[in-house]
Design a protein around this ligand. Sequence first.
Ligand SMILES: Cc1ncc(COP(=O)(O)O)c(C=O)c1O
Length: 288
Amino acid sequence: MSEPITFLNGEYVPHSKAFVHVEDRGFLFADGIYDFVLVHRGRLINEEAHLDRIHYSLGELEIAWPLSRDELKAALREVIRRNDLVEGYVYIEMTRGVAPRDHAFPKDVKGTVVIIARHAPYPSDSVARQGVKVITTPDLRWKRCDIKSVALLPNVLARQRAIRAGASEAWMIDDEGFVTEGCACNAWIVTDAGHVVTRYLDRAILSGITRRMLTEVLAKEGVRLEERKFTVAEAQSAREAFLTNTPLHIKPVIQIDDRVVGTGEAGPLTLKILASYRAFVAAQANQA
Ligand SMILES: Cc1ncc(COP(=O)(O)O)c(C=O)c1O
């Protein structure tokens, strides 16, 4: 296979030559944002929602768009084309740019933009339906988790703890014992009444694009959504649990720490909304 092509500040370069300067503020201060868009059948899924979130994250950090939204859309398509990307993702990162190290914002600096393409098979129905284990861990992150910042060290440490414990994800717990979200996902449970519960949007969690799309799917399916906090104990004794993010869609959670959730298999409501969500993604991918 030929070498992947990466977009770096307006140029398309071989991935092995895509270098960012040592005084890039993303490297020095994690002074940047990122996003991650699913590519299915060669198409960007939920593109506008991801671009809106980039706009929000940049705005909250007062980083000017280093290129226009239309230029970004064109670059995304060109990265997909040059990499023959049919199934996978594009990773987008934008930082405040390169400047001599100083905490204050530099003047007249153009932001850095990187787009990386990744091939990854679209999960088959049976892979998508497989349940995962999660652990819980204190949420050590900052107070602006609504910004998709590249400052991910607590997420990295929590994920590594999960892997060491034989799980695939960690759900983070706030100081009052409530689940915020996962290292790279939103967290959900299903109550005995068949209602779906996820934490409301505030600065403690990221507004997941899958979360947003799923709320529409739930409304269409007539499933009641409760946006509220829930504890680890409530999650462990919930009828079903699942997590959501761009690559995994809706992933059944079958164990939380040492407690099996529900029957220990993917729950029926989770599977139903997973199927609806996959149909929704397929419909977008098939749009002309
Ligand atoms: C902390 C966090 N929460 C939630 C999500 C889910 O967001 P999305 O559905 O947009 O992928 C992610 C995705 O990376 C994340 O990093």
